[in-house]
Ligand binder design. Structure first.
Ligand code: SAM
Ligand code: PRE
Length: 235
């Protein structure tokens, strides 16, 4: 379904409710530059750290796209666990996983409440940015603790620049991308307002510092387009 959520006047903050969930796959593909390519890269790198019976977690799995794609593009028999605290998202995830015949354990809970164990790979794409900064470090430490030595945390984030002049150009470039994807200036402005104080992006350096502070041995940027990036951190 085509995303028209912000085509009307909106006065509430952005939420992952049924209205968003029902158009979410289209929203992501048209709102995150190179979304599919970043997902493919995440999966390709993840496969390097997997074997039969490995545990893979996706924190903020939404409609389970990443785990379904991994399952279709891995030669291993995996234990796939998707975690999200939006009922609406998980309804869609469950229907999609069934339709593709992929077995995923879907947990409807806050990421902070779920015990993560023996992980070979933890994904969290465009989700840390929705976690209050005061809790974000704590979550990354939890992810670190859940990983086996040699395991990886693969995550994607919207970014800001430390330089305010460049940051303004990042935003302009991003809005041009959205316009080219068919979003109107009105939709772009409405969504920007709804995301204010809900989506809190870090710089690339802040993300890497957070990863290092949690104890990870190494972190690389796998892909970056202006204000969106995918990282891989190894324990
Ligand atoms: C931008 S979406 C993630 C997109 C998804 N990873 C993908 O690549 O298709 C963020 C998701 O995180 C979930 N989320 C946000 N905070 C959460 C929390 N504290 N616990 C569990 N899920 C959370 C939201 O419900 C939403 O589905
Ligand atoms: O549309 C925007 O402004 C975005 O930042 C895109 C973004 C994201 O990066 O998470 C914002 C909300 C939705 O979860 C989907 C995509």
């Amino acid at each position: 379904m085509i995303d028209k959520v912000f085509n009307k006047t909106i006065s509430k903050q952005f939420e992952f409710d049924e209205e968003v969930a029902s158009v979410f796959d289209d929203m992501l593909e048209r709102s995150v530059p190179f979304y599919k390519q970043m997902q493919k890269l995440s999966i390709s790198f993840a496969n390097n750290f997997l074997k039969d019976n490995s545990y893979v977690y996706d924190l903020g799995c939404s409609t389970a796209s990443t785990l379904i794609e991994l399952s279709k593009n891995s030669s291993f028999k995996l234990n796939l666990v998707g975690i999200d605290n939006s009922n609406a998202m998980l309804d869609h995830a469950s229907k999609k996983a069934n339709a593709f015949g992929v077995n995923i354990k879907l947990l409807n809970d806050d990421i902070f409440n779920v015990e993560l164990k023996n992980a070979s790979v933890v994904f969290s794409n465009y989700t840390l940015q929705f976690i209050r900064p005061i809790n974000r470090e704590k979550l990354v430490k939890k992810i670190y603790d859940s990983l086996e030595v040699g395991g990886v945390f693969i995550f994607s984030e919207k970014l800001v620049s430390q330089d305010s002049f460049l940051n303004k150009q990042f935003i302009d470039e991003y809005y041009s991308f959205k316009k080219a994807q068919g979003y109107s200036e009105f939709e772009i402005a409405q969504k920007r307002e709804a995301l204010e104080n809900v989506l809190i992006p870090y710089t690339e350096e802040e993300n890497k510092k957070m990863i290092k502070d949690a104890g990870f041995k190494h972190c690389e940027t796998l892909f970056r387009w202006v204000n969106f990036a995918t990282f891989i951190a190894i324990k």
